[in-house]
Design a protein around this ligand. Structure first.
Ligand SMILES: N=CN[C@@H](CCC(=O)O)C(=O)O
Ligand SMILES: [Zn+2]
Length: 433
């Protein structure tokens, strides 16, 4: 049955971000939101048909007003659907015991090197059925939706064998087919060196390069290839080998870079022309300069720094250096167990020196660029997918000022209302499995 058109009316601030689809937004342009006051949007067939002042849209659709479902956004802010460009969505179990160990003084890497951390979640994920992984991730996606996220990237990386990495990627594909949120998949077999290769990590790199990457690429289940380039995990040389192998098979490179220690990760991202470099808490000034020069998007994860009690990446410095900055939750069970993009935006302002305008750009169009989706989503423009969020806030600054609170009122995904008054609408609340 054809769906009714939606007419969203009288938004106090309609944040359009128009004209930002071709290139990631950098520098002072990250302060320009292209806001329409008393704005309206006409949505039909899943996409945006018209974005303008209320009087213009209603005059144009005068003869069809009766057939539309009208949403009154008076006194509210409307933005593009939020985009989370870095999650480890599909996994089993949780690690609150390690959280307590860290509060008592152990570090993230100490726990991982003792066989916990990523290894802990890998054991749980390997043991889990595809069905259980699907159900857990589906509920996680529902929470993302309630926080206004309409597109996200999902990494594998808790399987660490071809069989179990493929299991994670299959679950992500099934979620893409059944859940309203759009999912872009990344292969991250290089998330940790499995215990059995601890004394010969290059052997595991050989397996990644010669066996896993070609099979994953052939399956079509992933678009990107990611590696945890960190002291004690994969060296810059191993990371380069893994990412180049992915590129040879059509998988675009991404990298977990300079998270715990400065490790030349940003420089490697620039040299390879990676789509994004993520984390970057300890990136060098030279690495930042090279990323700006090569157009590598910096995906910053202030929730991870907050949760690990580390000093956040210097978002301010990166923007001032001309790097396109995006924000993400880094949702995973160890270093960032949260689905709240709004809180991540709060942290962008409060811990990384970013402004309310910049965090909005970083959580929408630049996040879309970080996962090659900016042609479809990330701004409110005619022809784009109708992904929008109505926030119960009088202006966009208020969204950062009233921190830690979920102000999401309504979410529209591909032209369908999926969240209303902060709650999931009936049809999306139950997993179809
Ligand atoms: N740092 C590496 N990987 C994840 C954490 C994974 C985990 O601890 O389970 C991250 O991006 O923070
Ligand atoms: Zn990550």
């Amino acid at each position: 049955m054809k769906q009714k058109p939606i007419l969203l009316r009288h938004a106090a601030q309609l944040v359009t971000l128009q004209g930002t689809s071709a290139q990631p937004v950098t520098g002072t342009a990250m302060s320009t939101l292209h806001i329409i006051e008393d704005g309206a949007v006409w949505i039909e067939d899943g996409s945006i048909q018209m974005v303008d002042r209320d009087e213009v849209v209603t005059a144009f659709y005068r003869d069809r007003m009766q057939e539309a479902h009208v949403i009154d956004a008076s006194g509210k802010v409307v933005t593009p659907g939020l985009i989370d460009p870095h999650t480890h969505l599909v996994f089993a179990g949780s690690r609150e015991n390690e959280f307590e160990m860290r509060l008592a003084g152990k570090t993230y890497m100490e726990i991982m090197n003792a066989g916990g951390g990523i290894h802990n979640t890998t054991r749980a994920t390997q043991a889990a059925s595809e069905e259980d992984l699907y159900e857990e991730a589906y509920q996680r996606l529902n929470r993302f939706l309630q926080y206004g996220v309409t597109t996200l990237e999902a990494k594998s990386g808790y399987g660490l064998t071809l069989e179990h990495e493929m299991k994670q990627l299959h679950v992500a594909k099934r979620l893409q087919d059944t859940h309203p949120i759009d999912i872009v998949s990344t292969f991250m077999g290089a998330h940790a060196v499995p215990a059995e290769y601890k004394h010969d990590p290059d052997r595991f790199v050989d397996i990644l390069v010669n066996e896993m990457i070609p099979e994953v690429a052939k399956s079509g289940l992933a678009q990107f290839n990611d590696v945890f380039c960190e002291h004690g995990v994969f060296t810059p040389e191993q990371s380069e080998r893994i990412l180049r192998a992915g590129m040879e098979h059509g998988l675009l490179p991404k990298i977990h870079a300079d998270e715990i220690e400065p490790y030349q990760g940003a420089e490697l991202a620039a040299r390879l022309g990676a789509v994004s470099a993520d984390h970057l808490l300890r990136a060098s000034d030279e690495g930042i300069r090279q990323m700006a020069e090569k157009g590598v998007v910096a995906v910053l994860l202030p929730g991870t720094a907050f949760f690990l009690k580390a000093e956040a990446a210097n978002g301010r410095k990166m923007i001032d250096a001309g790097v396109a900055v995006a924000l993400s939750t880094d949702r995973n069970p160890g270093s960032s167990p949260s689905e709240s993009m709004p809180f991540i935006m709060n942290l962008g302002c409060l811990t990384m020196g970013m402004t309310p305008a910049e965090v909005l750009v970083a959580a929408t169009i630049n996040a879309a660029h970080a996962i090659k989706q900016a042609h479809r989503v990330g701004s409110l423009e005619k022809g784009k997918v109708a992904d929008l969020v109505v926030f119960d806030a009088p202006n966009y600054s208020y969204m950062q000022y009233n921190y830690g609170v979920n102000l999401v009122d309504t979410v529209i995904k591909a032209g369908k209302i999926v969240v209303q008054k902060g709650s999931l609408t009936h049809e999306v609340s139950v997993s179809p499995a």
